[in-house]
Ligand binder design. Structure first.
Ligand code: IPE
Ligand code: IPE
Ligand code: MG
Length: 248
């Protein structure tokens, strides 16, 4: 029996975020170069997106390249950017077929122009799709996003468009690159690392965190079902007591 049958479709997370980690170690374990791991990670991206779309999860955010990843060796960065371009080119028709809308968050202007073009084209082409929104975090870090948001808010305050007393949770939300999406209820990280690595610091404030030792290229839809099932067994209290949460 697939774990899929155990998932309560009435209690699905609307938004799942994933830190796709472990490509390098996966490749090393096979005596190959790191990029071989990245190439083999594409399959896991496809499986996760298709599984989310089939189940009825509305948003999937994938951490694909962080601000800090720019410090990696040039060769690896170039290969990753090439992989991004070729994957988008190859997969846009599948996104269309599966009614998946592509979006991106991050400092996209820092991506090579070819990447930016390819990404924008795919975003434009899939913009009317409605089943799943797939958000790629590229050249993204939560601190970068928060600094940007604070700059915008400070400018508005300086221009008297906004009074500092009006700054609240919601206003900050509206100035982040994730403003159009609900906060993720579930965050998954593969490869056994148990850290956030500058991913969605604000938005993960009350997310359920799920860590699995599985390396990203080995991550299948069954692993995703397992994470969702685990999430569904948890009691989300948001600061309240268990009794309060259970009261009808
Ligand atoms: C995640 O895998 C992919 C990116 C960060 C681009 P890694 O490349 O970090 O793989 P490990 O963590 O070194 O195994
Ligand atoms: C986090 O993975 C970023 C992505 C998955 C894109 P890293 O492998 O870069 O994270 P750290 O540096 O080991 O925490
Ligand atoms: Mg890593």
């Amino acid at each position: 029996m697939s774990l899929k049958d155990k998932i309560n479709l009435q209690k699905l997370p609307k938004h799942i975020a994933i830190i796709m980690d472990g490509n390098g170690r996966w490749a090393k374990g096979k005596g190959k170069f790191r990029i071989f791991g990245h190439q083999n990670g594409v399959k896991a991206v496809k499986e996760s997106a298709e599984a989310c779309a089939e189940l009825g999860v509305s948003y999937l955010t994938l951490y694909a390249f962080s601000t800090e990843n720019w410090s990696r060796p040039k060769d690896e960065i170039n290969a990753l950017m090439e992989l991004l371009v070729s994957t988008i080119r190859k997969e846009t028709s599948t996104l269309q077929k599966n009614n998946i809308r592509l979006k991106a968050i991050g400092d996209l202007m820092d991506l090579p122009p070819k990447c930016q073009r390819e990404l924008q084209e795919a975003i434009e082409e899939t913009k009317n799709n409605t089943r799943l929104t797939l958000i790629l975090a590229l050249s993204y870090s939560a601190k970068w996003d928060m600094v940007n948001a604070i700059k915008q808010i400070a400018e508005k305050a300086a221009n008297h468009q906004l009074h500092p007393q009006e700054i609240n949770d919601m206003l900050i939300d509206q100035h982040l690159s994730t403003k159009d999406y609900p906060h993720p209820e579930l965050m998954i990280r593969t490869s056994g690392e148990q850290r956030i690595s500058n991913f969605l610091l604000w938005e993960l404030a009350y997310s359920e965190l799920y860590f699995t030792p599985v390396l990203w290229p080995d991550f299948t839809r069954e692993h995703l079902y397992e994470a969702i099932f685990d999430y569904q067994q948890r009691e989300r209290r948001f600061g309240k007591t268990s009794e309060q949460v259970l009261k009808p």
